[in-house]
Ligand binder design. Sequence first.
Ligand SMILES: C[S@@+](CC[C@H](N)C(=O)[O-])C[C@H]1O[C@@H](n2cnc3c(N)ncnc32)[C@H](O)[C@@H]1O
Length: 232
Amino acid sequence: MSAVPLLDPLAAYALWAPEYPPHAHNPVMQAEERAMHALLPASLEGLSVLDAGCGSGRYLLQALQRGAGQVTGVDLSAHMLQRAARELDAAGHHGRYALHQASLEQLPVADASADLTLCGLVLGHLPALLPALSELHRATRPGGLVLCSDVHPIGHALGWTRAFKAGGQRYAVRHAQHLYSHWHGACARVGLAIEAVLEPMLDPNDIAAGAHFDPLALQVPVALVLQLRRPA
Ligand SMILES: C[S@@+](CC[C@H](N)C(=O)[O-])C[C@H]1O[C@@H](n2cnc3c(N)ncnc32)[C@H](O)[C@@H]1O
């Protein structure tokens, strides 16, 4: 059996973008999204929302649906941003968002410009938390909220990869394991207060009949979701 090629995020998401819908499209994302929703304010009326690593626009769409006033997405991948623009326009949001191609380590946004910063399933693609968390802190206004999710570090220990298929070929995307102690240390360094930590589990109802998956996946959390706040 040939090894699955391991790609860096830029190469991986260029291939994955056409197949990457702007909604939770597997049981891990569904578990992660339920936890993010538990922490997301029901109304974002008039708020300025930054989605760092916005991908194909899942949380941008949801922020607009919840009434966000100004919505900005940043992503490393031009292909994912093109997909996000198409999805946002198709949902009738043309002219209501801004998208920028950049890395989380150098966000092209003004200091303290976001009331709420979202960062869904991105930070595992970066080798270190500190530079990105420092930018999320800078971009968020004093008193503002930062909601971050990552695949749970236990998955790495169990040998799970972040795999996908494109053109009939299987690939994996580079991923670094960020333990809770890494989050704790990096948040303390940049000045983000950790207000809540969720570790959602899979819902067996989300798993398609006949799907091949590691049965251990039902016994461990699959995502790490953190509510952080930049102190006022
Ligand atoms: C798993 S997808 C998640 C997309 C979206 N946040 C969501 O939850 O649906 C990860 C995204 O992170 C982006 N990404 C990876 N490394 C990045 C970096 N250093 N800076 C910005 N975006 C990055 C990828 O291009 C991809 O769109």
